[in-house]
Design a protein around this ligand. Structure first.
Ligand code: FES
Length: 129
């Protein structure tokens, strides 16, 4: 393995990994949009792993440094897995159901545009949106 021979090589390496780290940086997370994917057994069985990978990939592609993607445990909605909670600072958290990888990517695009998609909300929990 070749070593790093200059400061420029080191900076290039840093930039490469920084790009891959977008969406995973939890520092200052109270001021960031937080996307939590339910990764309980029922979520994983329903494809939550594909969902979280798609969301992380889309956040990185869109270079959304104000978004952090995390996994959570049981959100209590087995019937609607994979479930995704979106917390936008200063707003009520919203839980979405049946978020497969494609919907996860769409969800990131909505968030990027400052929108809250209403179609996939688990409505019983959020009557005031
Ligand atoms: S076990 Fe499925 S949501 Fe809790």
């Amino acid at each position: 393995m070749a070593g790093i021979k200059s400061l420029d090589e080191l900076k290039a390496l840093r930039d490469k990994y920084r790009e891959n780290f977008i969406g995973r940086d939890t520092s200052d997370s109270e001021n960031k949009i937080r996307i939590s994917v339910g990764m309980a057994t029922c979520g994983i069985a329903s494809g939550a792993r594909d969902t979280i990978n798609a969301i992380i990939d889309e956040v990185a592609k869109e270079k959304l440094s104000n978004v952090v993607v995390v996994q959570s445990g049981c959100l209590g909605y087995c019937y609607a897995e994979p479930t995704v909670e979106v917390r936008i600072p200063g707003k009520e958290p919203v839980i979405y159901g049946n978020i497969d990888a494609n919907r996860g990517r769409e969800l990131v695009k909505y968030i990027k545009n400052g929108e809250i998609p209403k179609d996939w909300i688990i409505k019983r929990t959020f009557n005031n949106i």
